[in-house]
Design a protein around this ligand. Structure first.
Ligand code: B3K
Ligand code: ZN
Length: 881
């Protein structure tokens, strides 16, 4: 907790440190009540700066026991200490510092630094958690070689791990065990990790492209040992993929993953010792859904890929966070696309961008992919840094093509291996390897906000030409006005009346600054000015335009197409992503219309949808997305003033109309895809289950026969994907008694498996049907709930505020109050989690006036709290500005 007005820090103030730390030796003596940390640092003055003789080390919540310089104790009046630092002065160019601190992991509820989770010790140091372990230069440009000793009671903590290789394991005279780990790679402190616990491990090995044998180990609490196979398999596939696609080989003899129950994020890429939220690594068929398997696959890959994009080449400062996160998300997306369906992956990513990221870009926390200031860096692990950052990297990929991009990434890794660099170093490597100038493109990193592209097209039969005029405009965001036009890659197609792609000839060939307008190999149009007209010639008939194929840029598009054209593209577009997009535009129109009126599906729409459902040549996973309505949150992004109740009503009407109109087709589709094959978490089966369960969802809405089928699937299945789909259908069926019976049965079956119980919590809290305030309050009191566990908080409060919109936006403001009370409570125990929960409240300006006022009042109530953490203060104060 700090004073009420924490200060922002600025990118432009970046300076190198006065000293470097060439080596770091840490000794952890773990006792039940406290941990003693002895840190021995070799420091060297930074020759790039005039000698200051002064060194300010970061440290928070530390009990300082002693300080010595070159072996001589320093008296307490010879250093300065405050709540955030320890400063030594009068130093020469090289010294050995020995600092002893005492810390209290069992009392650490913020889950940063060293803490206890269940019976084990673990760490989370990114971004600034290491300073809660010892005084240090806790900044990513200070890279050091680490040696770690862990001393503890070996019977309580048989497994003791840190980064690198284990170099000694001895029993001391007093019977305690001392284990030593050495990491040969220089790294910043945020990549440090330590684990001690009573754990079991599942082992495997991987032979790298150069024939080196790497030991792989996943450590879990004993009851979870049967849930490690899939993550191990995903890890091996990631390692192979990174060799094949990026030429990157692993660089230590061992790679470890540890599953931890209490964790603020998904996982952490500590060098050689990744620590995972157990929900992102543990799975078996009975307890994990297909979606959970896919999440595990992508997060295991993401953390593994960080070994190069993040660890070998790291960030100079935290303003460069997207250097490692945007690039690594782009890499894991490529991996998931290759392992599963590329179209489906693109659809999923675009959905996140359009719901969550566009909302962030349009709200009070909007920031560029490279922010220029922040108060608390933990608030910047955002969809903008991660997902928009990945889209920006993806646009570079679109512009350069796969081969050019690979040349650029090779140069980047080679040039900067072992360094802490900036986003522009990445862009420079891409430019230098390809001889291109991306100066204009860099605006994507600097300018916040979602550009809006408006398109209008005119076909001139006499010229056999289509005139396409594009205009772009990027709205003002906090602290940024008057944005410049961006370089927007528009992948496009022109479709003839038979549904085939036509050849594209574009003029002018270059823009006003000489940049080519069209890249034929990737079918990308380069749109770089505020307004441009492109002429497509040689068109013997009027084409149907398919713009922004493959979601080629993270922009909003205004382009009117008739229901007929949208249906045509839903049926014929050769780009799977744009088929989905056409369908979403269509359904969005229906929902907006149904807010005011009853809704009926047109005959044409009914025909196209039933054809899709019956077409067995299509990927069933894609079809399930084609037939999924936009979520309420997605719809909210397309209206000027959000009335969540009207959106809910409109969506319910459309949902029912689709269910009723195609009831028989859904029943038939379900029967066709039902299978007795043994469950496997592999793409084909997953795709079939996705469509089968979508069919069940609609079918059970439309008829008792469907509902009976859901009841039977619920109890007869052997896998969580099918059981969860049935549970969702029944819980949301509108039959309260049936819903409750099923929920109770599910809890009885699974109450001893915390990860399954979390799913049970969120099915209820996240439902616009049953997620009432009263129910959510009940869940907060339930034996299964725990305020210390971030997964539980997300499952109840996160699901409620982000998904059960009808209840969260209750017209008496009770939903907002419930969330604000929770934020105030968590502000004291876990500021990061508290701060993340504020997001739904940051949208108050976009709501209808009555709700807006109620929400603003709750934000103000939080702002008025006396002891706000820096995390909560930043989001609340920016939201009220
Ligand atoms: N790099 C970590 C994020 C840790 C954030 C801590 N506040 C996870 C990831 O992106 O891989
Ligand atoms: Zn990451």
């Amino acid at each position: 907790m700090r004073d009420a007005q924490p200060q922002a820090i600025y990118l432009q103030d970046y300076r190198q440190p006065d000293y470097w730390i060439s080596s770091t030796e840490l000794s952890f003596e773990l006792y039940e009540e406290a941990t003693l940390v002895t840190s021995t640092l070799m420091i060297e003055a930074n020759g790039n700066l005039p000698a200051s003789g002064s060194l300010r080390l970061d440290g928070q919540q530390l009990e300082l026991v002693s300080v010595a310089i070159d072996g001589a104790a320093v008296a307490a009046d010879a250093y300065q200490q405050d709540e955030e630092s320890l400063t030594l002065s009068g130093l020469g160019s090289q010294h050995t510092l020995t600092i002893v601190t005492r810390i209290y992991p069992a009392q650490n509820t913020a889950l940063e630094g060293l803490y206890r989770s269940g019976g084990m010790y673990c760490t989370q140091c990114e971004a600034e958690g290491f300073r809660r372990i010892t005084y240090y230069l806790d900044r990513p440009d200070v890279m050091s070689v680490f040696t770690t000793h862990i001393i503890a009671d070996g019977s309580l903590y048989p497994v003791m791990l840190s980064n690198g290789n284990c170099t000694s394991d001895i029993t001391l005279d007093d019977g305690r065990r001392k284990v030593t780990w050495q990491d040969p790679h220089r790294k910043p402190a945020y990549l440090f990790a330590l684990v001690a616990g009573d754990l079991l491990s599942k082992e495997d090995s991987f032979t790298t492209m150069n024939g080196r044998e790497v030991k792989l180990k996943i450590f879990v609490e004993p009851q979870n040992i049967d849930k490690t196979d899939y993550a191990l398999d995903a890890l091996k596939r990631s390692m192979r993929w990174d060799e094949e696609v990026y030429g990157r080989e692993y660089d230590l003899d061992i790679f470890m993953i540890v599953a931890v129950d209490d964790f603020n994020m998904g996982a952490m890429e500590n060098k050689g010792l990744n620590i995972f939220n157990s929900s992102c690594v543990l799975a078996n068929p009975a307890t994990a859904t297909d979606a959970a398997y896919q999440r595990i696959e992508s997060i295991v890959a993401h953390e593994y890929f960080h070994n190069w994009s993040g660890n070998r080449v790291t960030c100079r400062d935290w303003f460069q966070l997207s250097l490692k996160e945007g690039f690594t998300v782009f890499r894991d997306a490529g991996f998931s696309a290759d392992m599963n369906s590329a179209t489906v992956k693109r659809i999923e990513d675009a959905r996140i961008l359009r719901t969550v990221q566009f909302a962030e870009d349009g709200g009070p926390m909007a920031h560029p992919v490279q922010p220029d200031s922040f108060i608390e860096i933990s608030n910047f692990y955002t969809v903008t840094i991660y997902e928009k950052g990945a889209e920006v990297v993806g646009m570079i990929h679109k512009i350069l093509g796969a081969d050019g991009f690979r040349k650029g990434s090779d140069l980047y890794f080679e040039r900067h291996d072992g360094q802490a660099v900036t986003i522009y170093d990445f862009v420079s490597a891409m430019e230098d390897a390809n001889g291109v100038d991306l100066t204009r493109f860099k605006l994507w990193y600097k300018q916040a906000g979602t550009p809006v592209v408006s398109a209008s097209a005119e076909y001139r039969a006499d010229e056999q030409a289509l005139y396409l005029t594009l205009r772009q405009q990027c709205p003002d965001t906090p602290g940024q006005t008057g944005k410049q036009p961006m370089w927007i890659p528009v992948q496009l197609g022109l479709i003839d009346s038979a549904g085939n792609d036509m050849t594209v000839n574009v003029s002018p060939a270059k823009d006003s600054q000489g940049l080519e307008s069209w890249t034929a190999s990737s079918q990308v149009l380069h749109f770089t000015e505020a307004e441009q007209t492109f002429v497509f010639s040689g068109l013997t008939e009027k084409p149907v335009l398919s713009l922004f194929r493959d979601f080629s840029a993270p922009v909003k598009v205004n382009f009117e197409q008739s229901e007929q054209e949208l249906l045509f593209r839903l049926k014929h577009d050769s780009d799977g992503f744009n088929r989905w997009d056409a369908g979403q535009q269509l359904m969005l129109g229906w929902i907006l219309q149904a807010r005011k009126d009853e809704f009926e599906l047109s005959t044409e729409a009914q025909t196209v949808l039933s054809e899709l459902l019956a077409d067995q040549s299509l990927d069933p996973a894609m079809v399930s997305y084609l037939l999924t309505l936009p979520s309420e949150a997605y719809v909210a992004e397309f209206v000027d003033e959000v009335d969540p109740h009207a959106i809910h009503l409109g969506r319910q009407r459309v949902r029912l109309a689709v269910a009723m109109a195609l009831s028989e087709q859904f029943a038939a589709c379900y029967q066709r895809l039902k299978s007795d094959a043994e469950y496997q978490p592999e793409p084909q089966q997953m795709a079939a289950r996705a469509l089968k369960n979508l069919a069940l969802y609609y079918w059970s809405l439309a008829s008792d026969a469907g509902l009976r089928q859901a009841v039977s699937q619920f109890s007869k299945t052997d896998n969580m994907t099918d059981q969860m789909a049935a549970l969702m259908a029944l819980a949301n069926s509108g039959d309260d008694e049936l819903a409750q019976q099923t929920l109770d049965a599910f809890y009885q079956q699974w109450k001893n498996d915390p990860l399954v119980v979390n799913q049970w919590l969120s099915v209820q809290s996240g439902s616009s049907e049953i997620g009432s305030l009263q129910r959510v309050q009940g869940l907060l009191e339930h034996e299964a709930f725990d305020w210390r566990n971030p997964n539980k908080i997300r499952s109840v409060l996160g699901a409620f505020a982000n998904q059960a919109l009808r209840h969260f936006h209750a017209t008496d403001g009770s939903g907002y109050k419930l969330l604000a009370d929770a934020i105030i409570r968590l502000n004291a125990s876990n500021p990061q989690i508290a701060s993340r929960l504020i997001t739904p409240l940051t949208k108050w300006r976009r709501l209808v006036p009555a709700l807006s006022a109620l929400m603003q009042a709750e934000l103000q109530r939080i702002a008025d709290e006396p002891q706000l953490s820096r995390d909560v203060y930043e989001v609340v104060s920016k939201s009220l500005q």
